[in-house]
Write a protein that binds this ligand. Sequence first.
Ligand code: SF4
Length: 374
Amino acid sequence: MHFESPIKRRQSRQIMVGNVPVGGDAPISVQSMTNTETTDVAATVGQIQRLEEAGVDIVRVSVPSMDAAEAFGAIKKQVSVPLVADIHFDYKIALAVAEQGVDCLRINPGNIGREDRIRAVVDCARDKNIPIRIGVNAGSLEKDLQKKYGEPTPEALMESAMRHVDILDKLDFQNFKLSLKASNVFMTVAAYRLIAAQIDNPLHLGVTEAGGLRSGTVKSAIALGSLLMEGIGDTLRISLAADPVEEVKVGFDILKSLGLRTKGINFIACPSCSRQNFDVISTVNALESRLEDIKTPLDVAIIGCVVNGPGEAKEAHIGLTGGSPNNLIFREGKPSHKVDNSDLIAELEKVIRAKAEEVDAEGGETPVKITLGA
Ligand code: SF4
């Protein structure tokens, strides 16, 4: 039932963030970041567990102090998802979290300062097989680049990124991924296009400070959607001024809509109109929240009347077409049984859960075919 994505992904080298491969032919991973005080271990662990339940692949935790580095170790012991430590420049914190079992260091080598300190961090990362994420951000571009370019531009972002890349190249360290974020959609897309043509390391996509739940989702979907459709991007984070769990949901929704991941239910629903034979909007909302725990990839079509119902149901694992006096449930594109409005949501939940169990018993997630471009 799932369509095969026509996207040809850029060929990147693969790194491992804990047990999650990033780059190469690995599925595009979805990341988020905690917004609790890292020193509040219980709150941070609780938030990471909620992110894990939502299906997150990798979680970033900011580590602004040595106290936070110590707390990071305690957090790491209580969660199973790989953790990235976000460090601005303090090499001692980087070395401390490396001892605590960090899965990736988010630190820009050019920000660390003295060469011996950079070398200490890189040697430690090499010894412990810890990847580094270089993260360039339009809001914190180096002063000389701001002067040279007058304002943040895609070229300025790339020049900044290449400075960090060159430092790692000189130390013969290739175990890194890179992000080049701006809050502007055009700048984000242009900057990633430039860097994608320059290096073969995995790229972490994101629009920084994208905005609130709705506006940030739209901005991220346009920028990341454009890049992903060109095959650019190996992992992503949707930066929202919202509950981090929403970032994970939006990230998966973008990947699902492009056929790049197949986690959970893909709802197909009509917007409804006066022809609807049941309340489409409340039915879809109720099903989305009741079935959030389902990770099995399923297409479910909820359509208010016969205008488009049977056609959409044919392409879905489970379909519902509104009718009077009864609505019709489809399984695997074929009419199955009728149900009236009073039983609708409970019956659909039952049928969808049964289908998910059936698919799981047959082997679970439908593998996504990854095509690598030239
Ligand atoms: S499928 Fe039917 S109910 Fe839904 S929007 Fe179209 S005409 Fe209206």
